[in-house]
Design a protein around this ligand. Sequence first.
Ligand SMILES: C[S@@+](CC[C@H](N)C(=O)[O-])C[C@H]1O[C@@H](n2cnc3c(N)ncnc32)[C@H](O)[C@@H]1O
Length: 254
Amino acid sequence: MRDVAAAAASTDPRVLPRNDPRQYDDLAGEWWRPDGAFAMLHWLAEARAALVPPATRPGAVLVDLGCGAGLLAPHLTGKGYHHIGVDLTRSALVQAAEHGVRVVQGDATAVPLPSGCADVVSAGELLEHVPAWPRAVAEACRLLRPGGLLVLDTLNDTALARLVAVRIAERLPTVPRGIHDPRLFVDAQALVAECARHGVDLRLRGIRPQVGGLLAWLLRRARATGAAPAGRPPRIVPTRSTAVLYQGRGVRKG
Ligand SMILES: C[S@@+](CC[C@H](N)C(=O)[O-])C[C@H]1O[C@@H](n2cnc3c(N)ncnc32)[C@H](O)[C@@H]1O
């Protein structure tokens, strides 16, 4: 494992291929900075957690696939789940554990957890990083108990998503440059079909940052000096189109 502190202090990250998971080691110091390179993941985590109802039984388990540094954790507080996080990246898992997540290092396409162990599976901003994303979907559905809930968000496989999420967003301080490989973006209808094959009727809705809030945040961030925070973060709001960023929510058949 690369030293987390050293990676955080580095101002000269390696130039790695798009979507190379080692980028998360180089950016390890950014995860929990609310206005850092992963700022938008904080906003999305809050929106994703809003899809998760309070647990309906003692001992309920939420498996967070591709949990990163556990940004979902604060938004689950009080909902009654044991939060288990699975990720490839050890430097991220170290931080997730510090935020109360029980961590498992593993691949979302072959998760080392038993079938039916989860009341909720979350896959936030994961599938667009997994070359064999249908395999990760199969695993997410396998982990769910009958009646369990799948929540996810990802980027659509469209020209508009490639323009907005790569060409534009990577020039802004909201998305690290090179973190996405647009060839891996996830066709929304293919995702729905894949979930259906595994017993989950996935419903989609488009989401985006609230525009005024985003512009105000970008302005404040540009003006902010040193460690001064950029203030209130933009909210993630529903939008009619799923063409760029979308959430999915579905229950596994009993
Ligand atoms: C964009 S981050 C999202 C992290 C977290 N879900 C969040 O929203 O804050 C993508 C994460 O997926 C992880 N990842 C990528 N491919 C993976 C795989 N095949 N299996 C498990 N984790 C993976 C990366 O290490 C990274 O932590």
